[in-house]
Design a protein around this ligand. Structure first.
Ligand SMILES: CC(C)(COP(=O)(O)OP(=O)(O)OC[C@H]1O[C@@H](n2cnc3c(N)ncnc32)[C@H](O)[C@@H]1OP(=O)(O)O)[C@@H](O)C(=O)NCCC(=O)NCCS
Length: 170
């Protein structure tokens, strides 16, 4: 997308459209996640992001990937997948990203709200986040939407603690 097109969207934003990813959007998601990993934002994956690591996060073990589109442009996404095998596979793991150009406009909140509604529909009764960096401002959003801190991993990523969050979604 050109800068002019992006400026036009910001001037006259329409409601983001939320829905399952299309196969032709996978490349845009790769580019978006590559940037997040390169900036060391919220995920432990080490830069530079490889296709293999991207696939292992967003493609192969994933139950569903949901995206937010603004005027047809991929602005954010989240994945849902079992956090544990077998008898604990009823607990999902989820991960969220929003394009920096579209942040602080409520898209992250929409994706979280979508998770709460959608996770039970695809067979989960709880959603757990394993490694939320202690400094991540998203913690405020998670707590506001009902996730509770159930643990803390000391020195998880480059010396920083990480928080484990859990929420029932039945
Ligand atoms: C976390 C992330 C998905 C939030 O997306 P977003 O669309 O900007 O979030 P929203 O606009 O819906 O913000 C919702 C709330 O989250 C909190 N929040 C989000 N970003 C924040 C920031 N940079 N500073 C302070 N609060 C922030 C605020 O409480 C905000 O509510 P408010 O706007 O009413 O104050 C986005 O910043 C991102 O992609 N970060 C990099 C990847 C990442 O850290 N993912 C989470 C891994 S655990």
């Amino acid at each position: 997308m050109s800068d002019a097109a992006h400026e036009a969207i910001l001037r006259d934003p329409s409601e983001p459209e939320i829905g399952p990813i299309r196969s032709d959007e996978l490349e845009d998601l790769f580019v978006l996640f590559t940037g997040v990993v390169a900036r060391r934002e919220g995920y432990p994956q080490a830069p530079p992001l490889t296709r293999e690591v991207f696939d292992a996060t967003w493609v192969r073990p994933v139950t569903v990937v949901i995206v937010a589109r603004v005027e047809g442009t991929l602005a954010g996404a989240y994945y849902l997948k079992p956090n544990f095998p077998g008898r604990a596979a009823h607990i999902a793991n989820a991960g969220y990203i929003v394009d920096p150009r579209f942040r602080r406009r409520g898209i992250g909140r929409l994706l979280l709200q979508d998770t709460i509604a959608r996770a039970p529909e695809v067979g989960f009764d709880a959603v757990q986040f394993n490694l939320v960096f202690a400094s991540n401002p998203a913690r405020q959003l998670y707590e506001e939407l009902g996730w509770r801190e159930i643990g803390r991993v000391p020195c998880a990523v480059e010396g920083e603690d990480a928080i484990v969050y859990w929420r029932a979604v039945e």
